[in-house]
Design a protein around this ligand. Sequence first.
Ligand code: AVI
Length: 321
Amino acid sequence: PDIPEVLADFIDYGHDADTFQHDVITGLGAARKAIPPKYFYDERGSRLFDAICALPEYYPTRTEVALLRAHAAEIAALLGSDACLVEFGCGSLTKVRVLLDAAPDLGGFIPIDISREHLLASAVSLAADHPGVEVAAVCADFTQPITLPPAAARRRRVGFFPGSTIGNFEPRDALAFLRTAARQLGTGGGMVIGVDLVKDAEVLRAAYNDSRGVTAAFNLNLLSRINRELSGSFEPRHFRHEAVWNADDSRIEMHLISRRAQRVHACGRSFAFAEAETIHTENSYKYTVEGFKALAEQAGFAHRRVWMDGDGLFSLHYLDV
Ligand code: AVI
């Protein structure tokens, strides 16, 4: 494919082929139905997620952006000159722009994301605004090991993983991801990572059961996506959204609960639901600063710095490889 002129490179690993169908068949066929949260982010899902980030109850985004703004100069100093920032997943790019604006001598920026069109559009717009930075995009599942393009290979590499997306991994997968990232970033590299913190259960519940129903629409959109992409017959109104705080496992769980006994078709198969049976669609683990520090160290990072807001809602960490 043609690489847009402003980009130094574009590599497509083609990781997304057929895994949605496979994961839906396996997930709906299991005794406890579950579908991985990465499938929330089709076009409508990504727009709904952006709307979640602006909700009054959803504190993580604005708290993290405020932390990035407040400490941008210190973070830029830790990045040093001519480093290459490697972003795992690329969201709205608001967050990385805060860092780029504070670090004028950054050498490279490489976003890695599975959503090809969104990735290309974001990388192109960022490259156009920062002509001094070598921008290369990698279309891949960032949990899989990949070879980084030359823009990264010849520089000191610092990972950027904001938003507490690490919280959507099972703890053992979070450890595996951090280990792979440490290897990829290499000795002398670093990582800037946002981690949501354990807090009052009511604050957590409200963040995932917002009063406008945006999170409910985001969760239910998964059923519409199955209908569209996998010939599904879900009636979204026959399911309801629920998010619960599981204190024992330190996580918010999102579920889609069947309002009645029903049979649904998808991927050419039939799946039976009992009344009140749930599809578990997401875990969002919350860490303590100490707990996350231990995880990062176990993965081979040295913990350098943590920044937190005054209410202790969210944490931003700088790790050394
Ligand atoms: C992307 N991720 C960190 C979000 C979270 O808070 O776990 C996804 C989300 N789910 C519901 N609201 C937001």
